[in-house]
Ligand binder design. Structure first.
Ligand code: GDP
Length: 447
């Protein structure tokens, strides 16, 4: 990272009332000196000034805008920041950016660079930075809430507490490594073992939350399965027609799988229609069936749909065992049945619908929403929102499981050191340059 002053448009490029251009770095005040008539010395931090923004030759006014100054270290990046709130036209934005590029030691920011500088200046750890990225990406209410919590440091506090405990343990062990003739007193051994045991338990519990955090970011996967002609596509269409809940839709090829994205009670849900599952020799259909199996295996919930005029739940006998807690049975084509038959099906725990005639869809969506909500209520507020956290925590846990004071103390210390390092990777409290570029590279410019 160089120490140039960086700038970028922080709002979306297009036509809008206001656009925010952010400038951060040791020379940020050069903007005030070169592009406004405000006198640098009389100029105060955290005040908004209405200015004529000039080009850098001072000849022409580019726009009338608001200018704010945040003096280091009390700014988002921890550096001097100047914000220009200009009018949001492409022409204004482009000429302002062009003029900024001509100021010596100024350059356009790379994606995520403002946040990266904030991280380097200890304004936030990596989980908080990623929480902020999630907040910007949030499309549903639950996503917004959890992202905000993460941005406010709930995961950072948890992981830092664990890491600090490990570092303290390590310091104890190192002391005994330095004095090999000293026997570790029994009460110290008990204490160390106890701490490691409790940490292992806490990490195991945290890891056991069923990928809920990742799903919150990416969407809960609900997959419709059933024999050909059970009415799967009709059901997907029936759900899609309720445009109140639709966020967007993405279509695959008809033979593989079609997804629709919903917002159910604030939770993001992806409903997938699969090719009918049956024995087939036809090449393309075979591929479709294979894709269906992949989707089924990664599903959080299976909607097992059957044509109630012909079949029963028996058709799902082969998948029942593997997915038993993840299945909702849905009896379709209730319009062809007597009301008595429908009542019996419902009494046996099936959700009774007619996809074609849009009956029972509301009840079905409520049932799906409830299942997802229950998963959240059961799990704590501290969700693992990224695979990289899960991997690091699993690695830390493996090291802690190897820990045993009966072996050589150097080896025991190494187990603790590795566990601490893995947890440090999550928050960024160790040298993690190699993962930083990966994380911030996925941010958009101006963030
Ligand atoms: P898929 O192969 O499982 O995707 O099934 P489709 O959605 O293509 O439906 C197969 C056939 O069943 C079509 O002729 C649909 O019109 C019909 N169908 C689907 N749902 C219903 C329903 O609720 N009632 C009736 N009577 N027919 C339905």
């Amino acid at each position: 990272m160089d120490n140039k002053t960086i700038y970028a448009l922080s709002t979306v490029l297009g036509k809008s009332g206001v656009a925010v251009i952010r400038i951060s770095g040791i020379n940020a005040l050069e903007v005030v000196r070169r592009m406004t008539s405000l006198i640098k010395t009389k100029f105060k931090t955290r005040y908004a000034y209405f200015v004529d923004l000039k080009d850098i030759s001072g000849k022409q006014t580019l726009d009338k805008c608001l200018l704010l100054y945040f003096k280091a270290p009390n700014s988002f990046t921890g550096e001097d920041i100047v914000e220009l709130h200009t009018h949001g036209s492409r022409a204004v934005i482009s000429t302002v950016l062009d003029n900024l590029s001509r100021i010596p030691d100024f350059r356009m920011a790379e994606p995520g660079e403002f946040s990266k500088r904030a991280f380097y200046n200890n304004k936030m750890d990596l989980t908080e930075a990623e929480g902020m990225a999630d907040l910007i990406d949030a499309e549903t209410e639950a996503q917004r809430k959890y992202a905000l919590r993460q941005m406010e440091g709930n995961l950072k506090n948890l992981y830092e507490t664990w890491r600090e405990q490990l570092v303290t343990l390590l310091a104890h062990l190192e002391a005994y490594i330095d004095f090999p003739d000293e026997e570790i007193p029994e009460n110290v051994v008990d204490n160390i073992n106890n701490t490691v045991f409790k940490l292992r338990e806490s990490i195991e519990k945290h890891l056991s939350a069923d990928n809920i955090g990742e799903r919150l970011r990416e969407g809960f996967r609900v997959v419709i399965v059933g024999k050909p002609n059970a009415g799967k596509s009709s059901l997907l269409n029936a759900i899609a027609k309720r445009d109140v809940v639709i966020v967007s839709d993405i279509a695959g090829t008809t033979r593989d799988a079609v997804d629709i994205h919903l917002d159910l009670n604030g939770y993001p849900v992806i409903v997938t229609d699969t090719a009918g599952i049956r024995e087939t020799e036809e090449a393309i259909e075979k591929q479709g069936v294979e894709i269906a199996y992949q989707k089924i295996n990664s599903a959080d919930l299976l909607l097992c749909l059957f044509d109630a005029s012909q079949d029963s739940v028996q058709v799902f006998e082969n998948i029942k065992k593997t997915f038993k807690n993840k299945i909702l049975y849905i009896a379709n084509k209730c319009d062809t049945l007597s009301s008595e038959q429908c009542s019996i099906l419902a009494a046996n725990g099936n959700i009774v619908i007619s996809a074609k005639h849009q009956q029972g869809i509301e009840v079905l969506l409520d049932a799906i929403g409830q299942i997802i909500q229950d998963k959240f209520t059961v799990n704590s507020n501290l969700l693992i929102t990224r695979t990289r956290y899960r991997e690091a925590l699993s690695n830390a846990l493996s090291s802690l499981r190897l820990f045993n004071l009966d072996k050589e103390i150097e080896l025991s210390a190494e187990d603790i050191r590795l566990a601490a390092r893995e947890i440090g990777k999550i928050t960024g409290r160790i040298e993690v340059d190699e993962i930083l570029d990966k994380i911030f590279g996925s941010f958009c410019i101006g963030k």
